[in-house]
Ligand binder design. Structure first.
Ligand code: FES
Ligand code: FES
Length: 206
């Protein structure tokens, strides 16, 4: 992909953050197109819903969704790992679509429904996917887990009975430094048995 095309994709969004795993694109992304640094002093009014709650805020056009969520709204479920769209720790759902919040501009989410891990369950009433990760030991330190759980939800929402190969392919954009991946794959399989997308709607749709 030529640089001009890639710059356009950064501005307009990637269909899948898995595109970014390609090392050649990764290098170009590290150059951080000037777009990110323009208009530092500009502010733009935006509003969106996070886990069903409405938020309205004034933000810079180049502010990342991850910073907006963690620093401005104090929603700290999405983690910052690599900051360049490779590890999946910052994964959130924007209108049901997987997004790396470390690459997404907050202003591009104006009017969107955003789901973070905080929107899936409560300590007293865990989401079936969260419960499956606990039951199967699919995490250790937990840094990658919010992204893993949301990525699993996106998979099961569109493919409730994934094969082992489909699970591996789908989860490849989420990295874990602790568990090895067998327990995570077991967790996704257990979640597929426990989770029905129609009976567990996205909280922002309730
Ligand atoms: S912090 Fe966003 S993908 Fe790693
Ligand atoms: S549980 Fe520690 S990085 Fe995955």
């Amino acid at each position: 992909m030529a640089f001009a095309q890639l710059q356009l994709r950064v501005q307009n969004g990637f269909d899948s953050w898995r595109e970014l795993v390609n090392p050649q694109r990764f290098r170009v992304l590290q150059q951080r197109p000037a777009y990110f640094f323009e208009a530092k002093n500009m502010k733009q009014q935006i509003s969106f819903r996070v886990n069903g709650d409405s938020h309205s805020l004034e933000t810079q056009p180049n502010r990342l969704l991850l910073d907006c969520l963690r620093d401005d709204l104090k929603i700290t479920g999405p983690k910052e790992g690599c900051s360049v769209g490779v590890c999946g720790a910052c994964t959130v759902l924007v209108n049901g679509r997987l997004v790396s919040a470390c690459l997404e501009l907050a202003v591009r989410c104006d009017g969107a429904d955003i789901t973070t891990i905080e929107g899936l369950g409560t300590p007293d009433n865990l989401h079936p996917i969260q419960q499956a990760f606990i039951d199967q030991g699919g995490f250790q330190c937990g840094i990658c887990t919010p992204g893993m759980v949301l990525t699993t939800k996106a998979l099961l929402d569109q493919n409730p009975e994934p094969s082992d190969d489909q699970i591996k392919a789908w989860m490849m954009g989420n990295l874990c430094r602790c568990t090895g991946y067998y327990k995570i794959a077991d967790s996704v399989k257990a979640a597929a048995l426990a989770y029905s997308p129609t009976s567990n709607p996205n909280p922002s749709e309730r």
